[in-house]
Design a protein around this ligand. Structure first.
Ligand code: CP
Length: 302
């Protein structure tokens, strides 16, 4: 199964993404629509999750569907040596749609090629996290009133942060100016910079941002992805370099909003949480409406 799956944000294109945002707005205003009556959604999380898994479950419940699956692969027959291929083929016999998070880059694409039902990529290694991107776009649109011509600051782990990679690709449809702020070892991978070059999108790389923060419309900050490091010393060297504090928000733009895909480790000081710029917990809530929209669109129910 193939064409209905959401593996990469590029599967949707600009029109497809805008359609999801429109639908998310509809579900935010009309959350309890029992359009999944009789449908079974499988939720297969081979990696830990709080927001993605539970917001999908919340979305499915609000739509009246049933959920099967696991939140820990150790409770599945993977521990007995079963392959991803056999797991997906089997689960696709039991369900109408599979939501899958897996540590291997490319695993969602592989699953989409062998499954009888659509696959929604809930994060594949350091590669892509398209459903997060759609909720990020929805959050940006809701707070800015537009997706066009924004000055987007991305801060933190830009190398391993899959949410960053998907969001770069998605926003490139809307003529942003990117400012990438990271440690030398955690810069945006070359493939994404080449992509931006091809699209004619402006981007600038920095190691600091206190002197330029006043230009930002959106600050998208991420944790350093400890689970992707093969060398723990490299993680120690790169963590806790960027910590956004309340005092840094003096003199910033009136429309500035701070987004974070979460979980937070130390990147945002808790004194920021009560500021008008902090949007990350509402962003997590937007995940429910956006995932309702994605499920409904994938199953052709809207
Ligand atoms: N943003 C995100 O993917 O969070 P979880 O890892 O908690 O799902």
């Amino acid at each position: 199964m193939k064409n209905k799956s959401l593996v990469s944000i590029e599967d949707y294109g600009k029109e497809g993404m805008l359609k999801i945002l429109e639908l998310a707005d509809y579900f935010e205003k009309n959350p309890n629509q029992k359009i999944l009556d009789g449908k079974v959604i499988a939720s297969l999380f081979f990696e830990p999750s709080t927001r993605t898994r539970l917001s999908f479950e919340s979305a499915i419940n609000k739509l009246g569907g049933r959920i099967i699956g696991f939140s820990d692969a150790n409770s599945s027959s993977v521990t007995k040596g079963e392959s991803l291929k056999d797991t997906i083929i089997t689960v696709s016999k039991y369900s109408d749609l599979i939501v899958m998070r897996h540590p291997l880059e490319g695993s969602a694409k592989f699953a989409s090629e062998i499954s009888d039902v659509p696959i929604i990529n809930a994060g594949d290694g350091a590669n892509q996290h398209p459903t997060q991107t759609l909720l990020d776009l929805y959050s940006i649109y809701k707070t800015q009133g537009t997706l066009e011509n924004l000055n987007i600051f991305m801060v933190g782990d830009l190398k391993y942060g899959r949410t960053v990679h998907s969001l770069i690709m998605a926003l490139s449809h809307f003529n942003p100016t990117f400012n990438f702020i990271s440690h030398e070892k955690l810069k945006v991978p070359t493939e994404y910079k080449l992509y931006l070059d091809e699209q004619g999108i402006k981007y600038y790389e920095h190691s600091e941002f206190t002197d330029i923060i006043s230009r930002a419309d959106i600050i998208y900050i991420t944790r350093v992805q400890i689970e992707r490091f093969s060398d723990p010393l490299e993680y120690e060297k790169t963590k806790n370099i960027y910590v956004l504090k309340k005092e840094m928000l003096v003199g910033t733009k009136e429309n500035l909003k701070i987004l974070h895909p979460l979980p937070r480790v130390n990147e945002i000081s808790e004194d920021v949480d009560d500021t008008k710029e902090a949007y990350y917990f509402t962003q997590a809530l937007n995940g429910v409406y956006t995932r309702q929209a994605i499920i409904a669109a994938t199953l052709g129910l809207v």
